[in-house]
Ligand binder design. Structure first.
Ligand SMILES: Cc1cc2nc3c(=O)[nH]c(=O)nc-3n(C[C@H](O)[C@H](O)[C@H](O)COP(=O)(O)OP(=O)(O)OC[C@H]3O[C@@H](n4cnc5c(N)ncnc54)[C@H](O)[C@@H]3O)c2cc1C
Length: 360
């Protein structure tokens, strides 16, 4: 394979760069952020994501990851809970992304921080540091689109993230990821390292605008039975991180302009599944494997689509059900009545066959 230019140093970009380097191929990775920073993400690492990270040479536990063994779903006054069918972890993206970037640099990847790609013309990237051209261009800019190469806009929803401290919530949610569905959105809450909790949520834009601001939304959330303990929790960020119009359900079927699309640029699974990071890592590893074998973007994109379409479409169907009060009621009744149904749903929304990839 000829040299690769990788745009974005999140999970997908670093996974591709590390595996390419381990296979003896040089790459240049551009990351627009120059220093560690918080990212909007629930920070739930599925079993597949954990396995991929370990294979890449980054052990999340050594970086302080917290074990997550149970899932709890709340809707109104109902709840169902189950053991997860895989060992999961949670680790802040501030720590995880830096560990991956450091691993890439150690593997021999040329990592340039603080360089932003502003546009792309075929194999030429127009960057804040001038034009850079490479025979293979991998687009791994995640939630952020490159001008002229945007994914279709998502629905009018806003995602928020806040870190919390609450002794009672930490006790109640030890080892547990809790997902609460409510009218107009859902929220995920789980412990992360440092005795904190991560609250990540998605809410309809119209509902948020009607509420007016974050403190009104916070008060609204605390009225949900599954989130009542928020009322006494300390918010640890000066303001929440926010993102709007995430294109959930997006799937890139074919390559455009010869560029390889990885991670969220290729497939966006609803956040409540907690598998976006697993998909990003799998996509990066698959891209490296195929590029090293001489494949093109036209070979890669349908191969990734074949792996991601089933979990993404199933998760979109589950989300459509959960958005309607009657659908939520029926889903909670079904999940409560059928033993193992929740674990089955958790497994069915994982990206297929990650272990087919050889360890680096
Ligand atoms: C509200 C919410 C909650 C979520 N919760 C979870 C969860 O709990 N578990 C889970 O597995 N997934 C979760 N996800 C999904 C997960 O965050 C993404 O799927 C994952 O981060 C995608 O990885 P990526 O490498 O494609 O992109 P990213 O992680 O977004 O990384 C892209 C990188 O590219 C850089 N970049 C962007 N633009 C440029 C540019 N122009 N030039 C150079 N660099 C650039 C960025 O700075 C960034 O470092 C959640 C998503 C949302 C929105």
């Amino acid at each position: 394979m000829r040299n690769a230019l990788i745009i974005g140093g999140g999970l997908a970009g670093t996974a591709a760069a590390i595996d390419l380097a381990c296979a003896g191929h040089a790459s240049l990775l551009l990351e627009r952020e120059s220093a560690p920073h918080d990212k909007i993400c629930g920070e739930f690492l599925s079993g597949e994501a954990v396995a991929a990270l370990v294979a890449l040479g980054v052990d999340p536990v050594a970086h302080g990851a917290v074990p997550i063994t149970r899932v709890r779903i709340n809707a109104g006054r109902r709840h169902v809970a189950a053991q997860l069918p895989f060992p999961a972890l949670s680790l802040t993206r501030r720590v995880l992304d830096e560990a991956l970037l450091a691993r890439a640099a150690r593997a021999g990847v040329a990592v340039q921080r603080g360089v932003s790609v502003r546009g792309l013309s075929g194999s030429i990237a127009h960057t804040s540091a001038g034009d850079i051209s490479a025979p293979t261009v991998m687009l791994a800019s995640g939630k952020h689109d490159i001008r002229g190469h945007a994914r279709p806009p998502g629905p009018d929803q806003i995602g928020f993230k806040m870190y919390l401290r609450s002794a009672s919530l930490s006790r109640a949610l030890s080892g547990t990821v809790a997902v609460t569905f409510f009218d107009g959105g859902y929220a995920g809450l789980q412990p992360v390292e440092g005795g904190r909790l991560n609250l990540c949520l998605l809410v309809d834009g119209a509902q948020y605008r009607e509420l007016g601001d974050w403190s009104a939304l916070w008060a609204r959330l605390a009225r949900e039975p599954g989130l009542a303990a928020l009322a006494d929790a300390e918010q640890l960020l000066p303001r929440p991180l926010a993102i709007s119009r995430v294109p959930y359900g997006h799937l890139a079927r074919a390559a455009t302009d010869g560029q390889w699309r990885l991670g969220d640029q290729a497939a966006v699974i609803p956040s409540f599944c907690g598998d976006g990071m697993g998909i990003a890592l799998t996509s990066g590893r698959l891209a490296a494997e195929m590029a090293a074998a001489g494949a093109s973007a036209d070979d890669f994109q349908p191969a990734l689509f074949a792996r991601t379409r089933r979990p993404v479409r199933l998760a979109m169907a589950a989300l459509a059900l959960a958005r309607h009060p009657a659908g939520r009621w029926a889903a909670m009744a079904g999940l409560g009545a059928v033993p193992g149904a929740l674990a089955l749903l958790a497994r069915a929304t994982r990206v297929a066959d990650p272990h087919a990839l050889a360890p680096a």
